[in-house]
Design a protein around this ligand. Structure first.
Ligand code: ZN
Length: 111
């Protein structure tokens, strides 16, 4: 039966999110492989983010840190600078490509 359509996004079935997660991993690896070629790596990052959005997958921090949210550049040691700020309790990543600054707060791990 059809008819009722909720405005809320329906959660995708697990097997689909599973495939999507695999794809994200592959795309990240591709971006890394092509990190010397920004035009390519950016494309992979773009795709990866699109998939994550479509399947409402929250990217783990370890992945989020790898690229620029603003211009989709895959970070390398050349196009980004990473600093830690003890004051802000965060890792500050500056994208040298577009100049955007991203903060990744780190949580104290309790022993
Ligand atoms: Zn950027």
């Amino acid at each position: 039966m059809s008819g009722q359509r909720s405005r809320k996004q329906v959660k995708k079935p697990d097997w689909q999110t599973g495939i999507a997660k695999e794809r994200i991993k592959t795309l990240l690896a591709q971006a890394e492989l092509n990190s010397k070629n920004p035009a390519y790596s950016r494309r992979y990052v773009e795709l990866l983010r699109k998939i994550a959005m479509r399947y409402t997958i929250r990217l783990p921090k370890s992945i989020k840190r790898r690229f620029c949210k603003n211009c989709n550049s895959f970070f390398t040691s050349e196009n980004s600078s990473v600093r830690t700020s003890p004051k802000q309790q965060a890792v500050i990543v500056t994208c040298k490509n577009c100049g955007s600054v991203q903060r990744f707060p780190y949580r104290k791990e309790k022993a």
